[in-house]
Ligand binder design. Structure first.
Ligand SMILES: *[C@@H]1O[C@H](CO)[C@@H](O)[C@H](O)[C@H]1NC(C)=O
Ligand SMILES: *[C@@H]1O[C@H](CO)[C@@H](O)[C@H](O)[C@H]1NC(C)=O
Ligand SMILES: *[C@@H]1O[C@H](CO)[C@@H](O)[C@H](O)[C@H]1NC(C)=O
Length: 535
């Protein structure tokens, strides 16, 4: 049953408390918590300052009394009242001061409050590496120059932000611990460049050289790694790891040189070895032409010419009474597979309703493992999503009815409305909406496969975040209120390979979408088998 699948999603999602980087709406919430934290911190400082003011007064009056009495101790302490006061002050009163004003600071209360306020803050072990990975994904997908990124020169940004040497260092450090030496080298180099320009230094040069030299070595550039280690040793001549690394690199260089010297014909290789170029070494899938095409499409490059592009048209359409007053503004984006966009299909008011209903139940999106059939989190799908039922709100039901009128399909086997929000760098790598044979367990048999997809864009996105079709070459830009529609299955019910599509990483902005998936069963009268969608 589909409902049980939805339930599993909820359970799995509930297990992970911290994954704040996956949706921008999460970070918006945390902004409020940070405001509360800042207010509580101010309050704490006020109370502590009062306490210190009191102690300052006490210390001052103690000194004053002491000086006065020291000038003539006998006269002062000879007075029994003074003697009494003196003893009282130093025995009872002093202990009181110690207990109330010195030992009882307010940090305990403060820490307890802070724990409550910060419990939903981004986590160091998941969210932090997650955002770094997202930044590097943007760097790769959109072929951004890290130098420009560090200077905050990014497409679509409204508020510029620059990175300090420490910011760059951290991106490099997290990459290093993820085993991504390619990006580690780039960002550590950048950190060292920024270090030169900084008046107030934010990093240790030696530490950056430590990471940089080792990452360089892991990238296979022994000569450069040796040079960097020598630079590091100039700063910290006694550093034992630097010394042993240097010895190790020298030995490795010697062995490699000897191996290359034996065959003089490979002089070219030796030159290449000495010059040590850095090669990006992504994993096999990301290095494929297919993935490169995906990234190029996301950048908006016309890598695949659209067939019959000149015949693609825009037209008003009224094939259902629902569209009589407000005709559909249909734009054909591709013929085979047929992909259409309907502009201004959802009003701002409806969008607000949907977002408000969905926000409290967003959970990290899962994918079906094609081997085990189980739902799991995956790096290739980064977003948060939630499901809305027609019964929950008239707007949700209205959208279902509109989808049915739009597609001529029956709602009897349709899925609930899925709402998704993407954080910065949020994406969904190339995939099919229909399930292939191996994973057919994910859709139950009575419902059939996903015959058609309607995707509503609930926001504009300043840069990135497009929907791209890998074989057709079609690129859709998110446009608030518009919806894209396509059939996932051929009329005979087999999957259409050319509907493989992807959600490009969000570069700048906040991406919201709503998905409605129609299934095969129940459509026998509206889309009989063997009938093509356009006949
Ligand atoms: C503040 O109070 C806590 C708990 O009573 C104690 O552990 C801590 O050492 C105190 N700190 C100072 C600076 O007095
Ligand atoms: C290493 O340093 C030497 C001199 O210190 C220089 O001649 C050489 O080009 C450097 N090699 C690399 C790969 O930077
Ligand atoms: C729905 O039916 C109308 C009229 O028959 C047709 O023009 C339109 O293309 C159909 N829509 C889809 C999504 O197949």
């Amino acid at each position: 049953m589909w409902t049980s699948v939805v339930l599993i999603i909820a359970l799995v999602a509930g297990r992970v408390a911290s994954d704040k980087f996956t949706a921008l709406v999460e970070l918006e919430n945390i902004l409020q918590q940070e405001r509360t934290l800042a207010e509580r911190l101010q309050e704490y400082i006020r109370v502590e300052e009062q306490r210190l003011d009191q102690l300052r007064d006490i210390a001052a009056s103690m000194q004053e009394d002491n000086q006065r009495m020291s000038s003539d101790p006998v006269a002062h302490l000879g007075n029994p009242v003074n003697a009494f006061k003196f003893v009282k002050k130093l025995s009872v009163e002093w202990k009181e001061i110690l207990n109330t004003l010195v030992l009882s600071n307010h940090s305990e209360n403060f820490c307890r409050d802070v724990n409550d306020i910060t419990q939903h803050f981004p986590s160091e072990d998941e969210d932090y590496p997650g955002t770094v990975t997202a930044m590097l994904r943007l760097q790769d997908t959109y072929a951004l120059n890290p130098n420009d990124m560090a200077k905050g020169k990014l497409p679509g940004v409204k508020v510029p932000a620059v990175m300090s040497a420490h910011d760059c260092f951290e991106v490099g450090r997290v990459s290093y611990f993820e085993g991504d030496y390619y990006h580690a080298v780039q960002w550590m180099q950048l950190a060292l460049e920024h270090y030169q320009d900084e008046k107030e230094k934010t990093i240790s040069q030696a530490e950056a050289l430590d990471y940089l030299s080792y990452s360089t070595y892991m990238q296979g550039n022994l000569y450069h790694a040796r040079n960097l280690t020598e630079q590091w040793l100039q700063l910290e001549p006694e550093h034992s790891r630097a010394q042993s690394n240097l010895a190790h690199f020298e030995q490795a260089i010697k062995e490699k040189e000897e191996a290359l010297a034996e065959e003089s014909r490979i002089r070219v290789e030796r030159e290449a070895f000495r010059n040590g170029r850095f090669e990006h070494d992504p994993d096999a899938y990301h290095a494929t032409e297919f993935f490169q095409t995906y990234e190029a499409l996301c950048r908006g490059e016309d890598v695949i010419p659209i067939k019959d592009a000149h015949k693609l048209t825009c037209q008003y359409r009224v094939w259902h009474p629902m569209f009589t007053i407000n005709p559909l503004r249909e734009e054909t984006m591709n013929f085979d597979p047929w992909i259409a966009v309907y502009h201004q299909l959802m009003s701002d008011k409806d969008i607000d309703d949907i977002k408000a209903l969905a926000t409290p139940r967003l959970a990290r999106a899962t994918v079906v493992n094609s081997v085990t059939g189980e739902l799991e989190f995956a790096k290739y799908r980064i977003s948060k999503s939630g499901w809305l039922k027609d019964e929950e709100h008239p707007t949700v039901a209205k959208i279902s009815n509109r989808c049915s009128a739009l597609t001529n399909l029956s709602l009897s086997t349709v899925e609930e409305l899925q709402i998704a929000n993407y954080g910065i760098g949020g994406h969904y790598e190339p995939h099919f909406d229909y399930s292939r044979l191996a994973e057919v367990t994910s859709f139950d048999h009575w419902r059939g496969n996903r015959i058609l997809t309607v995707i509503f864009y609930l926001s504009d996105v300043e840069a990135g975040g497009g929907t791209v079709f890998m074989t057709a070459g079609t690129k859709l830009r998110p446009e608030k209120g518009a919806a894209a529609v396509w059939y996932n299955l051929h009329p005979d019910g087999t999957g259409d390979d050319e509907t493989k599509h992807a959600a490009c990483p969000v570069l700048t902005g906040n991406k919201w979408v709503a998905n409605k998936w129609f299934h095969e069963r129940g459509q026998e009268f509206t889309r009989p088998c063997g009938q093509s969608p356009n006949s």
